[in-house]
Design a protein around this ligand. Structure first.
Ligand code: S3P
Length: 458
């Protein structure tokens, strides 16, 4: 099993106004896909602004194990010399994905579509996450699950077929990871692979496949869904990628500035792909003073500077159909809701139960530990905001979940008493510089036994 980082307790305290400009790291979803599509292309893919978090670094190592040459040229600047669709080799060692659900699931799609065999493993969080949702369509495409832990979890060994079968697959859950795994496997199938999703999810795989030269069409399907068709066996062309800043990481600084009185900050160059901006929509409905400036395009994605001023927030009803556009942002939205006046009801959160932790339970428990009134009804989380948060309770249990850790550190910046969390180490999976970046804006965050939280080393 993957060696976990040693736990590192942390605490945040009531802070003065947050001010200044910040640039959060590159988007995690695009970073994983950049490396993987680099592996599947012939030639040199150059990446600028790659997120150098533990999750993405694990994907980089996996790409190297499958035959690519993956090199770090400078901070955030990487070169992948790929081998092309159909030319991968079986890795000699287990692919250890640590905490990374996206990296492992997308790579299962790659392996499951190629005549190679690989073993996947990860930390205690990854070992608890469902993989059947990925293995089911891959088996339909001809892959064989050689062995797996109970319920089809990792550690598991997957062998792709000699001839991959192109399928039409309707995803059973609104998941960009399932969609992407099927499309990546479909790259090595003769014919058209189709994925139908009832609710549109982040579309980075489709957009990037097109940028690498694959033939992909996307059509509306039903009220909220899409049908994505990929023509198999393309010769992907290596390309240059500029990774925009991650809206899911920007979310923490954004909410921190909203709830910390007197704050005004600018978060630079954040991707505003409409399938990722549900949090901003919701916060604006709550009364947040959030505006976009310098809107322009980077690498086929719209980006903007986000200007945020501390705001009085009011509770709102968040519809379930918005969930795919803000699926990773509910923990930090719950923090905003705790500082708002009135009830915020977040509907249809069943997918939160299978994230890095059971996020529905973890957020609820954390809110209660901080003295916030909250309850779960079915798949809904209801937070009763009182305009302020007591804080000061037992350390919040983060369950190896980076977003739980960052969310509750944000809560402590404006609560009456400090908020402690049991472990900040996992923050390095997605946002290695979270603590220094937040401190630079004026946030009072202390990490025990660690001067800094740098995840990237190579
Ligand atoms: C991701 C998809 C989402 C999201 C994850 C990143 C991706 O997961 O939660 O952080 O890059 O495809 P699901 O596909 O499980 O919804």
């Amino acid at each position: 099993m993957s060696s976990s980082l040693p736990p590192s307790p942390a605490r945040s305290r009531r802070s003065g106004a947050l001010t200044g400009r910040a640039r959060v790291p590159g988007d995690k979803s695009i970073s994983h896909r950049s490396l993987i599509l680099g592996l599947l292309s012939v030639g040199e893919t150059r990446i600028e602004g790659l997120l150098e978090g533990e999750d993405v670094l694990a994907t980089g190592r996996a790409c190297a194990a499958l035959g690519a040459t993956v090199e770090r040229l400078a901070a955030g600047r990487w070169r992948v010399s790929g081998v092309g669709v159909g030319a991968l080799k079986s890795p000699a060692e287990t692919l250890d994905f640590g905490n990374a659900g996206t990296g492992s699931r997308l790579m299962m799609g790659v392996v499951g579509g190629h005549p190679i065999e690989a073993t996947f493993d990860g930390d205690a969080s990854l070992r608890s996450r469902p993989m059947r949702r990925i293995l089911d369509p891959l088996e339909k495409m001809g892959a064989l699950v050689v062995s797996a832990a109970e319920g089809g979890r990792v550690p598991l060994t997957l062998r792709g077929p000699n001839r991959t079968i192109p399928i039409t697959y309707e995803t059973p859950a609104p998941s960009a990871q399932i969609k992407s795994a099927v499309l990546l496997a479909g790259l090595n199938a003769p014919g058209v692979t189709t994925v139908i999703e009832r609710e549109a999810t982040r579309d980075h795989t489709e957009r990037m496949l097109k940028a690498f030269g694959a033939e992909v069409t996307v059509e509306p399907h039903g009220a909220h869904g899409r049908a994505i068709r990929l023509v198999g066996e393309p010769e992907l062309r290596a390309t240059q990628i500029s990774v925009p800043a991650d809206p899911s990481s920007a979310a923490f600084a954004l909410v921190a500035a909203l709830v910390t009185p007197g704050s005004e900050i600018v978060i630079e160059g954040v991707m505003t792909n409409p399938l990722r901006t549900g949090l901003m929509t919701t916060l604006i409905e709550m009364g947040a003073d959030v505006t976009l400036s310098d809107v322009h395009e980077v690498g086929g994605e719209e980006v903007a500077d986000i200007v945020v001023r501390a705001s009085r927030l009011a509770g709102v009803d968040v519809p379930p159909e918005r969930a795919p556009t803000m699926i990773d942002e509910y923990p930090i939205l719950a923090v905003a809701a705790a500082f708002a006046e009135g009830e915020t009801r977040m509907r249809g959160l069943h997918e939160l139960r299978v994230k890095e932790s059971d996020r529905l339970a973890a957020v609820h428990a954390g809110l209660l530990a901080c003295g916030v009134e909250a309850r779960i009804e079915g798949d809904d989380l209801i937070v009763t905001g009182k305009g302020g948060v007591p804080g000061g309770g037992e350390p919040v249990a983060t369950h190896l979940d980076h977003r739980i850790a960052m969310s509750f550190l944000v809560m402590g910046l404006a609560s009456e008493r400090p908020v402690a969390i049991d472990d900040a180490a996992m923050i390095a999976t997605s946002f290695p510089d979270f603590v220094p970046l937040m401190r630079g804006l004026g946030a009072a965050i202390d990490v025990e036994g660690q001067v800094e939280l740098h995840g990237a080393s190579s």
